[in-house]
Design a protein around this ligand. Structure first.
Ligand SMILES: CC(C)(COP(=O)(O)OP(=O)(O)OC[C@H]1O[C@@H](n2cnc3c(N)ncnc32)[C@H](O)[C@@H]1OP(=O)(O)O)[C@@H](O)C(=O)NCCC(=O)NCCS
Length: 160
């Protein structure tokens, strides 16, 4: 478990019992936040993604939760889905907890864990209107390149 300096929150891997707390997190998030994360105003987590989060298999899907205190409500979810290509980073912070450093702490820990597993590269895809987020990520892990299409912007971040 990791602490974020100055905030009474904790960060730990997701496990099989965290489904209801993760569903509640999504329900508390604004449409805008859900849209920015999933490119659609989803009311429920995509089933395959949810199953991956709860499976607790970091080599395939490493998911970290930020909670209020040691065991309070879940206020953030960040995950790295591995595949044949670069691992896909996704992150969501509850609206009223954004811009306090929690996203940075979650990404930094995911990156550290990925390096320890021998992951070579990750990518993150954001809406074109949020391309500034790639700059934010590149301050945590340097970006090699980015590609902008009409519907999204994807950054590539080597880990080795
Ligand atoms: C993006 C997000 C994860 C950041 O989490 P956070 O806890 O607020 O992040 P931190 O407080 O650690 O850092 C804030 C940084 O995020 C950036 N940021 C946050 N929201 C942003 C937005 N909507 N557009 C552009 N940049 C944004 C800022 O650049 C800021 O960096 P700076 O102030 O150092 O320049 C959070 O705002 C969120 O959940 N957004 C909705 C989902 C999303 O966009 N996910 C990313 C695509 S998977």
């Amino acid at each position: 478990m990791t602490a974020v300096i100055g905030l009474d929150i904790s960060i730990a891997p997701a496990g099989p019992d965290d489904g209801p707390a993760i569903d509640a997190l999504l329900a508390r998030c604004s449409v805008q936040t859900r849209y920015h994360r999933f490119f659609s105003p989803v009311r429920y987590l995509p089933l395959e993604y949810r199953a991956g989060v709860l499976a607790g298999d970091p080599a395939r899907h490493d998911a970290l939760l930020a909670r209020e205190g040691a065991d309070g409500p879940v206020i953030g979810l960040a995950s790295l889905v591995s595949g044949p290509g670069p691992a896909e980073l996704g992150i969501l912070i509850q609206d009223d907890w954004q811009r306090r450093g929690i996203g940075t702490a979650l990404v930094a820990e995911l990156v550290e864990r990925a390096r320890q597993r021998g992951e070579r590269c990750l990518q993150a895809t954001v809406l074109p209107s949020s391309v500034r987020l790639l700059g934010w990520l590149s301050r945590i892990v340097p970006m090699q390149s980015s590609q902008l299409s009409g519907e999204s912007a994807t950054g590539l971040f080597p880990l080795v």
